[in-house]
Design a protein. Structure first.
Length: 275
């Protein structure tokens, strides 16, 4: 009932999972990852205990293949499980039990594992693998994962239809404010086009929760600052700083207001014109 990709970034700093399904809130059940440890997707007749157990085994230094073997060994219902694992070193493993509903299968190569069940056919996994392989290795892991997920969705995805999708990526210190390792944790729990909606949310995540590059920064001159304060006032805020705080653009405006992200500049100008 689900298709997923589990992967490590090419530079070995990030691990994550992207998943979609005709199942409510698939992101609450399938993905798990820990920075410096690895990532896991548990699906089909999902055994969610595989997530903490698998991450614990990976943290002990077991490979993806050895972790998978340990998880399946004592599970009487293992033939109904489907699992994908990537370890800290990029080693991968995938398993599709004989009791999974067709079409079901997967593939695992260095750095990734792709798997799905109740799919329209093997073309879903093939499309995901092709998309992963052709994506830019230097791109953020969530971008690559979502490109693969979108390819699988376009190829047919879950044969029963669409309902939910999620992406979960970890990297040391990548969380909000640097307080945790969660680089991306986005979920679409119930939507007619969940993968498309997830891609839209990813774009918003990038805007709000990643820092501007040097190339995106526009210096705030006295004239521009006066313009920004005036536009903020037109939008009902005391000044530009108050508008930034209300709209949550702190990651894309300098603390001392010496520069503004080019996209945020376009946003405030467009907003002031439409009010």
């Amino acid at each position: 009932m689900t298709f997923s990709i589990v992967a490590r970034s090419a530079d070995g700093t990030s691990w994550g999972v992207a998943v979609a399904s005709k199942f409510l809130a698939v992101g609450s059940a399938v993905p798990a990852a820990a920075a410096g440890v690895g990532a896991i997707a548990t699906q089909s007749f999902a055994n969610t205990a595989y997530k903490p157990q698998g991450l614990a085994a990976l943290a002990q230094g077991l490979s993806a293949a050895a972790t998978l073997e340990r998880l399946l060994a004592d599970d009487a219902d293992r033939e109904h499980r489907q699992v994908g694992i990537v370890d800290a070193d990029g080693g991968s493993a995938t398993f599709t039990g004989s009791g999974c509903y067709g079409w079901a299968g997967g593939t695992a190569r260095d750095g990734y594992a792709i798997q799905g069940n109740i799919l329209t056919g093997p073309e879903v996994v093939a499309a995901m693998e092709q998309a992963w392989g052709s994506s830019d290795e230097a791109a953020p892991l969530d971008v690559r994962l979502l490109a693969a997920l979108a390819a699988g969705d376009a190829a047919g995805g879950d044969s029963r239809g669409r309902q939910s999708a999620a992406v979960y990526v970890v990297r040391r210190g990548a969380g909000y404010g640097g307080f945790d390792d969660v680089a991306a944790d986005l979920r679409v729990d119930d939507h007619p086009r969940p993968v498309e909606e997830l891609l839209r949310l990813r774009d918003l995540h990038e805007l709000y929760l990643t820092a501007s590059t040097e190339a995106e920064r526009v210096p705030v001159t006295p004239d521009l600052r006066a313009e920004l304060d005036a536009r903020a006032a037109d939008l009902g805020r005391a000044d530009f700083a108050a508008w930034v705080g209300a709209e949550n653009y702190e990651m894309r405006v300098a603390d001392d207001l010496t520069w503004i992200d080019v996209r945020v500049l376009a946003i405030i100008r467009a907003a002031a014109l439409t009010e």
